[in-house]
Design a protein around this ligand. Structure first.
Ligand code: NAD
Length: 481
């Protein structure tokens, strides 16, 4: 059951006012299949009203606010997020089925995004450019205008923090479309933003279906930048819609990220990262390390130790704080199980035991480790978005690079080796947006620019890089003789 909320989940926030939509959608708790509440089902008209409200904010108090004041609003919002960590954690646990510890980490990360971008708001500036005699030339960093943020259900708080936080810091007015499966923390975030003193319309939230509210936002001619995290298929649709309006898009579309373990690696240090980066959030992580490439000399050891770790993991309802909760929905469970049929010809190394008393209507799936798996096998190529990893043996450094780069994705890679020269060679050879050397921590690191190449998407969020992405550059050339 939901705790008492300081907002009505059936409402949208537009122009500083909460209002009901004509229709609603049911929000389900994936731990047991129970109905949590009804949420707003925003229409094209609601989205249009939100975009107009955002533009009005830009033309008014929000557009006139100094970078310093914007930063202070974000800093206050970060403090309020921290103060409400317990409620945010509870909502994410119920709504996403995320185990308590992992949900709490997301709430703390959301506060950290607000702190980081609050502090950064007045530190992004243009430059002066030496030019012809008689000229002074300089650049200005300016907001795009109205920015659209289409957010998935796997890490609502972190993804809102990294995209909306950076966009607000640069003075954009945001229209946020959270996922239909998980929008409660987005609504609480919006409630807190009002309390933090953001002017009306600086942040608008319109929950609803992707095909309705999401598509209406993506094709709206009043939106000047789009940020999307989710599937390749939807990303392609959004980029196509944005192309009609010729607006920039940031796409973060997931991956099939490898961790590469060489014979000389510190296995004790590597083991927890190898396993947890695959099973965290039940594998529903864009940067999940779903492929583990292991050099032949340590293959048997890694397989045995990862198998032990799989058998020791706990599964259960999110509020019991297990290692692994349910998937987001029975729809995702069905999708995952269909994709998993591709594994029928693969040797299974280990499975996590399923407790007998799991709620029958929960979206639980069994975590599985397979190996050895040929690199071209569908299980080593396709993103399953569930708790499954494959072990792929390799012989030489060149083999490892070829296999690691051998998918359509390129989000994150981890490299485990004591050889410094090899580390540097791998960093250059790997076609990914991030490389972790002797660690793997893509989910964390508010300060670290993040994004992909290939079908993992384009553009960068997080860190200072996001502030450049959420702004545009104006060059001023003054001729004064
Ligand atoms: P999705 O990409 O369809 O949904 C993500 C967001 O996009 C949601 O807010 C959704 O409402 C919105 N959306 C959907 N269709 C839209 C459209 N036509 N126009 C505008 N917005 C739209 O993802 P899904 O169907 O919820 O999940 C399917 C698969 O996507 C997953 O199994 C996984 O492989 C992938 N996924 C990846 C990530 C990631 O972090 N990279 C996150 C979620 C899902």
């Amino acid at each position: 059951m939901l705790p008492n909320l300081p907002f009505d989940p059936r409402h949208v926030l537009i122009g500083g006012a909460w209002r009901a939509t004509a229709a609603t959608l049911q929000l389900i708790n994936p731990s047991d299949g129970s109905t949590l509440c009804q949420i707003a089902r925003s229409t094209e008209t609601d989205v249009d009203t939100a975009v107009i409200a955002a533009q009005t904010a830009l033309d008014g108090a929000w557009g006139r606010m100094s970078a310093l004041e914007r930063g202070r609003c974000l800093t206050r919002l970060g403090e309020l997020v921290l103060k409400h960590t317990d409620l945010l954690t509870t909502l994410e646990t119920l709504d996403v089925g995320k185990p308590v510890t992992q949900a709490r980490a997301d709430a703390i990360a959301l506060a950290r995004y607000c702190e980081f971008y609050g502090g950064a708001a007045d530190k992004v500036h243009g430059t002066t450019i030496p030019y012809l005699d008689g000229y002074t030339v300089y650049t200005l960093r300016e907001p795009h205008g109205v920015t659209g943020h289409i957010v998935p259900w796997n890490y609502p708080m972190q993804i809102i923090g990294r995209s909306v936080g950076a966009a607000l810091a640069m003075g954009n007015a945001c229209v946020l479309k959270p996922a239909e499966d998980a929008c409660l923390t987005a609504l609480l975030f919006a409630h807190l933003a009002k309390e933090a003193g953001f002017p009306d319309g600086a942040l608008n939230v319109v929950p609803g279906l992707g095909s309705e509210a999401g598509a209406a936002l993506a094709r709206h001619p009043g939106v000047q930048h789009l940020s999307f995290t989710g599937s390749v298929q939807t990303g392609r649709t959004i980029q196509t819609l944005a192309a009609e309006n010729v607006v920039p898009v940031t796409l973060e579309l997931g991956g099939k990220s490898p961790q590469i373990v060489f014979d000389d690696a510190d296995l004790d240090a590597a083991l927890p990262f190898l396993v947890n980066a695959g099973l965290q959030n039940a594998g529903q992580t864009c940067s999940a390390a779903s492929r583990i490439l292991v050099q032949r000399g340590v293959y048997d050891t890694i397989a045995a130790r990862m198998a032990d770790a799989y058998r020791a993991k706990t599964i259960g309802p999110a509020n019991s704080d297990p290692d692994i909760g349910p998937l987001i929905s029975t729809k995702q469970k069905a999708r995952f199980e269909t994709l998993l049929e591709a594994a029928h010809d693969l040797p299974s190394i280990a499975e996590t035991p399923m407790p007998a008393d799991l709620p029958t209507k929960g979206a639980y799936v069994q975590p599985r480790l397979y190996g050895p798996v040929p690199p071209e096998h569908p299980m080593a190529q396709d993103e399953l978005f569930g708790p499954v990893q494959v072990l792929i043996p390799f012989d030489t450094e060149d083999d490892a690079i070829r296999i690691a780069n051998g998918t359509v994705y390129g989000l994150v890679a981890g490299v485990w080796t004591a050889d410094g020269a090899r580390q540097m060679r791998l960093v250059k050879a790997l076609k990914t947006g991030q490389v972790f050397l002797n660690n793997y921590g893509a989910g964390g690191g508010v300060e670290l620019p993040f994004g992909g190449v290939g079908k993992s998407g384009h553009g960068r969020e997080k860190g200072f890089e996001a502030l450049y992405g959420f702004s545009t550059l104006k060059t001023v050339a003054a001729k004064h003789g």
